[in-house]
Design a protein around this ligand. Structure first.
Ligand SMILES: Nc1ncnc2c1ncn2[C@@H]1O[C@H](COP(=O)(O)OP(=O)(O)OP(=O)(O)O)[C@@H](O)[C@H]1O
Ligand SMILES: [Mg+2]
Length: 306
């Protein structure tokens, strides 16, 4: 079983308003999956349905390989989450707060609080009250709280919200360790592309309730490689010239008789010459590179994700 989370046509409606529209999400075991979308895109609604905190209007959620229906009791004990900020007591320390939550949840693991605090890099037995924690410390305590029962899957709604770049980098390390050393799977959401790009192995882009794209970060980066964009009069003549004469195999054929050539060691001027000699007219030839931001703008219909 590879997918720890799988949704099939998962849908949420509030009245006539469809806020999650038939999405098929696939979160692989041991990976960090980033759900990226602007404010109001449907991230929290999706996570709440996965966690059974909100009813499903249509479709289904599969967790750990089986449908959640009828398995709720067994399944949800294997998951830790932060959806809304957990209500920590301001005038207690982090350790005291976690001790209370551990007792409430019937955590049986010895040293659960100590271990969870250590994992997120917070001190055990510290005297500082939650009210005087920095935002980064508060976020870490939330994650420690989600870790108390040593879950296989973590679902974290915007855990990097409000953190500075160093805080984000530190959390990234925490997440990566949880996956690589403990084999946990993590679904996180964010509205900030640069954060997801740094943290996630796989990415799902949600926009107005629709999952526009799901792919690995590696694949996305490849989509944003440098390439030569050529518009030609004959696709067959062009591909023959590329493959037989120039030994270029790494290219894609786009609509409107255009090609993207990722083998950029050939100079556009030489490529142009070879094509024209093969009786293939060239109307456009240019060196291009999408950056991730452009890419997201493109797939979200011209509206960028902040
Ligand atoms: N209880 C509710 N009743 C009615 N509409 C709701 C409810 N909860 C959410 N919505 C609507 O569903 C849509 C998606 O909201 P959701 O909270 O899932 O977005 P989000 O991607 O998490 O956004 P944000 O980045 O702001 O947290 C929004 O239009 C929101 O107004
Ligand atoms: Mg949200």
């Amino acid at each position: 079983m590879n997918n720890v989370i799988e949704t099939n046509s998962l849908t949420k409606k509030y009245g006539k308003n469809t806020v999650v529209n038939s999405i098929n999400l696939h979160v692989n075991k041991g990976k960090i999956y980033g759900l990226l979308g602007r404010n109001g895109a449907g991230k929290t609604s999706t996570m709440k349905m996965i966690l059974g905190l909100s009813s499903v209007t249509g479709g289904e959620v599969k967790l750990f390989g089986s449908s959640v229906k009828g398995n709720q009791r067994e399944v949800y004990t294997r998951i830790g989450s932060i959806i809304e900020t957990p209500g920590f007591y301001p005038n207690l320390t982090g350790t005291e707060n976690l001790n209370i939550f551990a007792r409430l949840r019937g955590t049986t693991k010895i040293n659960a609080v100590k271990d969870a605090l250590k994992t997120v890099g917070l001190p055990y037995g510290d005297k500082k009250h939650f009210s005087s924690y920095s935002l980064g410390m508060k976020q870490r305590l939330g994650i420690a709280n989600a870790l108390l029962n040593d879950p296989e899957l973590l679902i974290l709604d915007e855990p990097t919200n409000g953190l500075d770049p160093i805080g984000i980098a530190e959390l990234r390390e925490v997440f990566q360790k949880l996956c690589s050393e403990q084999g946990k799977t993590i679904l996180i959401s964010s509205h900030i592309l640069s954060e997801i790009a740094l943290i996630a192995d796989d990415i799902g882009i949600i926009h107005q309730g629709n999952l526009l794209e799901e792919s690995s970060m590696k694949q996305l980066e490849q989509n944003n490689e440098k390439y030569i964009h050529v518009c030609v009069s004959s696709l067959s003549a062009a591909t023959q010239t590329l493959e037989r004469q120039l030994d270029i195999k790494n290219y894609s054929v786009e609509a409107d008789k255009s090609l993207r050539i990722y083998d950029t060691h050939i100079a556009p001027i030489d490529l142009n010459k070879a094509l024209v000699m093969a009786d293939c007219g060239v109307s456009t030839i240019q060196m291009c590179q999408d950056n991730l931001e452009d890419y997201f703008k493109k797939i979200t219909g011209g509206v960028g994700i902040a």
